[in-house]
Unconditional design. Structure first.
Length: 115
């Protein structure tokens, strides 16, 4: 059973940076998508970034130009580098795998941007 574990969240001041990591328990990069979502209090979960098995990358929402998704296949890990963080980036960030007939979520990691 595929498991995803996020890490790297925390408290950061506006303008700062964080790098989130998502480690997968199995080999997942041959098919499907790896995605980062976030959910702020009182809001719906929203897509932040996606990387396909073929390496195609898409960004959504206000993270465009500030966030970078990448992967290390040897480590079964996907990263989200977040720069120029703003208070409105405060949310729980989730890693997700979407494959043939399967959607798996991590437990989430809290990111708080505040002075």
């Amino acid at each position: 059973q595929l498991q995803l574990v996020e890490s790297g969240g925390g408290l950061v001041q506006p303008g700062g940076s964080l790098r989130l990591s998502c480690i997968a328990s199995g080999t997942i990069f041959s098919t499907g998508f790896m995605e980062w979502y976030r959910q702020a209090p009182g809001k719906q979960r929203e897509l932040v970034a996606r990387i396909t098995s073929g390496g195609i990358i898409n960004y959504a929402g206000s993270g465009k130009g500030r966030f970078t998704i990448s992967r290390d296949e040897a480590k079964n890990t996907v990263y989200l580098q977040m720069n120029s963080l703003k208070p409105e980036d405060t949310a729980v960030y989730y890693c997700s795998y979407l494959g043939p007939g399967l959607r798996t979520w991590g437990q989430g990691t809290q990111v708080t941007v505040s002075s």
